[in-house]
Design a protein around this ligand. Structure first.
Ligand SMILES: [Zn+2]
Length: 458
């Protein structure tokens, strides 16, 4: 048995000092400090730092296999371990082939499992071609049996192998997804609006960052959310909107929740910190889709996290080759994406907790508990309770440090936070009772120790 001593855990926004006992990778007991100690073989000293349940990043693009010049499972999961993330959920579309069939899934799992430093789950996918042929019915059932957390849909797509889905096709697949009781996750930007205004900007010869934001026009997000919420209202499936960026999009989600629809959403640190004004200054480093929005949107997203209308956080980790894919003077030619997994936890502690926007228990829910619950991983993940996996993110809350992109474990060594001093640093990351990262030693976990986690949704 293993003991973590001097652990301060969050309980109803109070910190409580406990000893946590671990056996075979699971939490065996949690006893208040001061109670008689049980005999153990090994001990980890948390040094009175704050111990959270292992954080989860439910939206990453680790690109493996297929786009490994940008990222692979080894570098991606290493960056997660260093960032205090013990479970990641990888998107189905940015690897070749996409995870649209059982055999594609098996092929991918076989390649990535020996590379993982943290635990991982998968999103499944579906293409218009599979809907046309009817083949999706078989494939999605088989993917569910393999433990996917849900299926990802794009209302607009730049990916050749993973095209956008039309409303009639989404309606069809949502009906099957309701039967399978799986989440439908949507990249929500209206295709027609974005296509027209993006071409218009380029025809006008605009190459500046703002033209990217104007092309991917504001109303495209609420418009697309309305469309899919409309389908969900008829079908009754579980709907999730990824990387929410706008106040008006959030208002549609609030409306849907008020109607009792099974709708959730996430936002990402970049939408909580930066606006179009920052994009104009920093350029390509902040090129993302959907693009950054206005100050009032940024403020409203914080409100949404606080009032529960936004359910949890993700990073949408997507690394471009740096500097090659991030240096064109023409913003349209640069890669859209930020490798954010390693910095998400300290960012949320700095801008969320230390700046008084979120409490510690809100951070815990938004980065672990709520996520695990939505995707059927709870209470294996997302909880410090007896029987749960012994995954912990231990934080030195007051330690200040400066972001240096060259030190990121991701292949994409760039960040819009470069040079920023953040308060709150990862002290240790523990996965199923094993230390995988230590502040003074770096990533010390074993490659391949990360395991597949399956959604337990029935
Ligand atoms: Zn994404």
């Amino acid at each position: 048995m293993l003991r973590i001593k001097n652990a301060r855990i969050v309980e109803k926004d109070q910190l409580k000092t406990v000893n946590i006992y671990i056996e075979r990778g699971k939490i065996k007991d949690i006893l208040p400090a001061g109670e008689a100690l049980l005999s153990v073989k090994k001990e980890i000293d948390a040094q009175r730092n704050v111990v959270f349940p292992g954080f989860i990043d439910p939206h990453v693009h680790f690109d493996d296999p297929g786009f490994t010049e940008r990222e692979d499972f080894e570098t991606g999961t290493k960056s997660a371990a260093a960032g205090g993330i013990t479970t990641i959920i990888d998107m189905p579309c940015t690897s070749i082939p996409p995870i649209t069939t059982a055999s594609n899934y098996d092929y991918k799992l076989n390649i990535v499992k020996s590379k993982a430093y943290v635990d991982f789950a998968f999103w499944g996918g579906v293409t218009p071609e599979q809907v046309e042929s009817g083949e999706y019915k078989k494939s999605l059932k088989e993917l569910k049996d393999r433990g996917i957390v849900g299926v990802k849909f794009y209302t607009i797509s730049g990916m050749e192998l993973y095209p956008r889905m039309s409303v009639p096709y989404m309606d069809k697949v949502f009906r099957l997804m309701k039967e399978l009781n799986l989440v439908c996750a949507i990249h929500a930007e209206d295709y027609y609006l974005v296509d027209y205004y993006s071409h218009l900007m380029q025809e006008m010869g605009r190459e500046d960052p703002e033209s990217w934001s104007l092309g991917r026009t504001y109303e495209a997000e609420p418009e697309a959310i309305w469309s899919v919420v409309g389908i969900t209202e008829k079908v009754g499936n579980k709907l999730h909107i990824v990387h929410l960026s706008t106040k008006e999009g959030l208002n549609v989600i609030r409306w849907a929740k008020a109607q009792g629809l099974n709708v959730s959403t996430e936002t990402c640190p970049q939408y909580l910190i930066f606006t179009t004004e920052d994009f104009k200054k920093l350029g390509s480093l902040l090129k993302i889709a959907p693009p950054l929005r206005k100050e009032e949107d940024r403020e409203e997203l914080w409100k949404g996290l606080k009032d529960g209308s936004i359910d949890f956080l993700s990073t949408d980790h997507a690394a471009g080759k740096y500097p090659e894919e991030k240096s064109s003077p023409d913003i349209w030619k640069n890669y859209a994406g930020i490798p954010g997994t390693q910095l998400a936890v300290p960012t949320m502690l700095h801008y969320g907790y230390h700046q008084g926007r979120l409490t510690l228990s809100e951070v815990q829910k938004l980065m672990s508990e709520n996520t695990a619950k939505r995707y059927g991983l709870y209470p294996q993940k997302g909880a410090i309770q007896i029987g749960s996996d012994a995954d912990f993110t231990i934080i030195d809350m007051d330690k200040e440090w400066t972001v240096e992109p060259s030190k990121l474990k991701s292949k994409g060594k760039y960040s819009p936070l470069a040079g920023k001093t953040l308060k709150g640093k990862i002290y240790m990351t523990i996965l199923r009772g094993e230390i995988v990262y230590k502040d003074d030693e770096g990533v010390i976990g074993e490659k391949g120790f990360g395991e597949l986690v399956k959604s337990k949704v029935e």
